[in-house]
Design a protein around this ligand. Structure first.
Ligand code: NAP
Ligand code: SF4
Length: 674
C-alpha cells in the first residue's frame, strides 16, 4: 500500500529496509548510563516495529556542548562501552541506529556554554563564552572523537546536528556569528565549521559508516541563512562526505510553530523538495508527518528520499509494521500535542507519550497476558475509560464498557472541534478500532446503574465517569446569555459577537480559539497557515520570514482569570506561546487579577484586587464559563454500600487540571496492575 515508504534504500555500503527514519528525540533516558537498559528496550521495540533507521537523542561531544548540566555526553571510551547494550539490543532485533552528536552552543542551559560570539539566546539565561580560534579547533576535535567513539560503541552511524539554532547553526548565521577571524565574516568562513566537522568525521570513521548532516533549510529567524547559502552548504556537506542530509526547520527561538498540532501535516516538505535537485545524496524530510499515507505522498511527490518521524514512533513503536501489514487503522497516531514528550523534556522530566504511556517506560509498564481472566465493568468511554477497557481486554480479561451517550470519546469529542486540534479525530478513530481489536463489549447509550453493575457478576468496576463543568455563583448568572463551554463546544449554542470568557485555563483558551476562528481552521490549509505565521519562500526572503497576514477575529473576545499574572501560564511549556500568540493576533484581550461582580443586560462587571477597585464593564452578548470541572462519581456510594469493589479513574478521581495525559496514564497503569 505504501510502495515509496516501504522501498529499501541502498546507501552503497549498507541498505535501509525502508524509508523511515525515527528522528532524534531527547527523552531524558540518555542522561544517565543507569537508564541505558530502559533506552535499549525503548529502541528495541521500535526496531522490532521495523523503523528503517533510528537516531538517538542528542549526545554532547564535550562539556561545553552540554544541553544541560551533567546531561548526555559521549566523550570517553568508558562511556562508549556503556552504549554497547543499546546497539547490541537494537541489532539483535534487526534494527539500525545512529547516534546524534548535538553541541548546544549558546542554547546550553549551564554557565560553561560556548558560542561563536558572546550573545545570549532569548531562551536561556546564560551568556556563552566566545570561543578563541583554538577553542573552535577543540570543538571540532570533540565532534570527531565523539563520532569515533560512536563507531566503537557499535552504532551504524552518526547524525551531526547542524540545525535548530544549535552550535553549528550559530556559526552559519550572521544573527549569532559576529566574528572577524577565519570562522566569521564571509559565508565561506561561517560555513567552514560544519564542513570541517563533516570532512574530518568522515576521515576518522571510514567510508562504511552512515553520516547524516541535519541542515537548517529555513531558519525562521531574522538574519537567518539565505537560500543560496543553504544550497551552498548542502553541496559542501555532500562533498565533505555526508551520506544523508536531514531537514531542520526553524531555530528553537523562532516565533513560528514548526511541530505543534496546529501546524498542518507535512507543512515543511516543500522546503526539502526545493533543496533536493541541488544535491546528489539522499535527502530526508521532517516535521508533522504522522501517518503513513502522508509519508507516502511526500515521497511520491519527490519531496525527499526518506521521511523522518520522531514523535510518531513514541506514539506507536509498530508504526511501520502496521503500515506494511495493511493495519493503518490500528496505528496509534501522534497528535502533535507535545504534552508528554517535549513539555516533559523541557521541564526536565522523563519523556513519554500522551497516547502511549508505555513510551520510555517499556520495562516497567507492561501489559502482560493474564493467567486468570475475569469480568470487569468500565463505566464511561472517555479517555480514562477507553484506556482502561482496552488494556484490560488486551491482557485477556472480559470487559463491558458502559457509555451513557451515543458515542465514545467524552471530552475528546469537544477537543476535536477546536480549529487546530483536528488530530484528536485520529485519537477517537484509534480508540474505536482498538475496542474492536481487543474485543471490548461496548454498550453505547447505556447508562450504568448500581443495580446493573451489582447484578453483572463483575470482579471489579472502574468508574471513569468523568467530570461536569464547575458552576459559578454570580448575581445575574441565570440569564440565558450565560453558557458553559459544553453548551458552546458540544451543544451548538448560539454565541453573540462580543464574548466574555470566565476562566483562562486550557479550555478557556480552546473556547476563545473556537470563537475567533469559527469554522476556519488554518491547519487544514497550508498556504493560509504559512501566510498567517509570516513564512515566506526562503529564496525570496532571508530566513524565510515575511510580515504575518492574520485575519481579524470573528468576534470580540475577552478572556478573564482571577489569578494575577499572565493568562495561559499553565498551558503547555512548548505550546502555550502559540495559543497566546494566535489569540493576541486575533485581538483577544486577556485580563488577569479580576473579581467577577455581576452579570446584567450590558455584560460582565468586574473589579480588581482585594479591595475590589477599578470597576469595569466587559460589554458582552454572551458569557462563557470555563471555570474548571468537578468530578462525576455518583455511582461510588451505592457500589460502596453494595460491597462491590471499584476504582475511580481520570476526572472522576481528580477533576482539577484533568487532562487526557493524566487520565490515560493512570487508567493504563491501573489496568496493567490488575
Ligand atoms: P483549568 O486549566 O483548571 O482552568 C480553570 C480556569 O477556571 C482557571 O483559569 C481558573 O482560574 C478558573 N476558575 C477556577 N475556579 C473558578 C471559579 N470558582 N470561578 C471562576 N473561575 C474559576 O481547567 P480547564 O480550562 O477546564 O481545563 C481542564 C484541563 O484540560 C486543563 O487543565 C488541561 O490540562 C486540559 N486542557 C489542556 C489544553 C492544552 O492546551 N494543553 C487544552 C484544553 C484542555 P482562576 O482561578 O485564576 O480564575
Ligand atoms: Fe505525539 Fe503528544 Fe505523544 Fe508527544 S505526547 S509523541 S506529541 S501524541
Amino acid at each position: 500500500m505504501y510502495p515509496h515508504l516501504l522501498a529499501p534504500l541502498d546507501l552503497g555500503f549498507t541498505t535501509l529496509r525502508n524509508r523511515t527514519l525515527m528522528g532524534s528525540m531527547h527523552t531524558g533516558l540518555e542522561d544517565r548510563a543507569e537508564h541505558f537498559p530502559r533506552l535499549a528496550a525503548y529502541f528495541a521495540e521500535r526496531a522490532r516495529g521495523e523503523a528503517g533507521l533510528m537516531v538517538t537523542g542528542g549526545f554532547a561531544p564535550n562539556i561545553e556542548g552540554w544541553l544541560s548540566p551533567f546531561g548526555s555526553r559521549l566523550a570517553t571510551r568508558a562511556a562508549a562501552r556503556k552504549h554497547r547494550l543499546i546497539t547490541n539490543t537494537v541489532h539483535a532485533d534487526g534494527g539500525k541506529i545512529a547516534l546524534q552528536i548535538l553541541h548546544a552552543g549558546r542554547y546550553g542551559y549551564h554557565p560553561l556554554s560556548v558560542a561563536p560570539s558572546r550573545l545570549k539566546s532569548p531562551i536561556t539565561p546564560f551568556t556563552p563564552r566566545e570561543l578563541s580560534s583554538r577553542g573552535v579547533e577543540r570543538q571540532i576535535r570533540a565532534f570527531v572523537r565523539c563520532a569515533t567513539l560512536a563507531r566503537e560503541a557499535g552504532y551504524d552511524g552518526v547524525e551531526i546536528m547542524g540545525s535548530e539554532g544549535y552550535f553549528i547553526n550559530q556559526f552559519l548565521a550572521r544573527h549569532t556569528n559576529r566574528r572577524t577571524d577565519e570562522w566569521g565574516g564571509s559565508y565561506e568562513n561561517r560555513m567552514r565549521l560544519p564542513l570541517e566537522i563533516v570532512s574530518r568525521v568522515r576521515e576518522a570513521v571510514g567510508r562504511d559508516f552512515i553520516l547524516i548532516y541535519r541542515l537548517s533549510m529555513i531558519d525562521l529567524i531574522p538574519d537567518g541563512s539565505s537560500w543560496d547559502e543553504v544550497v551552498q552548504l548542502a553541496q559542501g556537506v555532500e562533498r565533505a562526505g555526508a551520506t544523508l542530509i536531514n531537514t531542520g526547520i526553524g531555530w528553537h527561538e523562532a516565533r513560528v510553530p514548526t511541530i505543534a498540532t496546529s501546524v498542518p501535516r507535512a507543512a515543511w516538505a516543500w522546503v526539502t523538495k526545493k533543496l533536493k535537485p541541488h544535491v546528489g545524496i539522499p535527502i530526508i524530510t521532517s516535521n508533522r508527518i504522522n501517518v503513513p499515507e502522508v509519508a507516502e505522498q511526500v515521497l511520491a511527490e519527490g519531496c525527499a528520499d526518506m521521511v523522518s518521524m520522531a514523535r510518531p514512533f513514541l506514539a506507536d513503536p509498530e508504526f511501520v509494521r502496521k503500515a506494511r501489514e495493511g493495519r493503518r487503522d490500528e496505528i496509534n497516531v501522534c497528535i502533535g500535542c507535545n504534552q508528554a514528550c517535549l513539555d516533559h523534556v523541557f521541564s526536565r522530566r522523563m519523556a513519554s507519550c500522551l497516547v502511549n504511556p508505555r513510551a520510555c517506560h517499556e520495562t516497567e509498564l507492561v501489559y502482560r497476558p493474564t493467567p486468570t481472566p475475569r469480568r470487569f465493568a468500565v463505566v464511561g468511554a472517555g479517555a480514562a475509560g477507553l484506556a482502561c477497557a482496552t488494556v484490560l481486554a488486551e491482557r485477556g480479561h472480559r470487559v463491558d464498557l458502559f457509555e451513557a451517550s451515543e458515542r465514545i470519546g467524552g471530552q475528546l469529542n469537544m477537543a476535536a472541534r477546536i480549529p487546530g486540534k483536528e488530530e484528536f479525530h485520529e485519537m477517537l478513530r484509534y480508540w474505536a478500532r482498538r475496542l474492536e481489536v481487543t474485543g471490548v463489549n461496548v454498550l453505547l447509550a447505556t447508562p450504568a446503574t448500581a443495580e446493573r453493575l451489582c447484578a453483572g457478576g463483575y470482579a471489579h468496576v472502574f468508574l471513569a465517569t468523568g467530570v461536569t463543568p464547575r458552576r459559578i455563583d454570580l448575581p445575574g448568572q441565570d440569564q440565558n446569555r450565560v453558557l458553559s463551554y459544553v453548551d458552546v463546544l458540544a451543544g451548538g449554542a448560539a454565541v453573540g459577537d462580543r464574548v466574555a470568557i470566565i476562566g483562562a485555563g486550557g479550555i478557556g483558551f480552546d473556547v476563545a480559539e473556537f470563537l475567533v476562528k469559527g469554522e476556519h481552521s488554518p491547519t487544514l490549509d497550508l498556504p493560509v497557515w504559512l501566510a498567517e505565521w509570516g513564512v515566506a519562500d526562503p529564496e525570496q526572503a532571508r530566513g524565510g520570514l515575511a510580515p504575518p497576514r492574520v485575519p481579524e477575529g470573528r468576534r470580540k473576545v475577552t478572556l478573564l482569570q482571577r489569578k494575577a499574572g499572565k493568562p495561559g501560564a499553565g498551558l503547555g511549556k512548548t505550546t502555550g506561546w502559540i495559543h497566546r500568540a494566535e489569540l493576541k493576533q486575533r485581538g483577544v484581550e486577556m485580563i488577569g487579577g479580576v473579581n467577577y461582580e455581576r452579570i446584567d443586560a450590558s455584560g460582565l462587571h468586574i473589579t480588581f484586587g482585594e479591595k475590589r477597585e477599578a470597576p469595569m464593564l466587559i460589554e458582552a452578548d454572551s458569557i462563557v464559563v470555563c471555570a474548571g470541572q468537578e468530578p462525576l462519581r455518583a455511582l461510588a456510594e451505592p457500589l460502596e454500600a453494595a460491597g462491590l469493589p471499584y476504582t475511580l479513574l481520570g476526572g472522576a478521581d481528580v477533576a482539577a487540571e484533568l487532562d487526557a495525559k493524566r487520565a490515560i496514564d493512570q487508567a493504563s497503569r491501573v489496568a496493567a496492575a490488575v
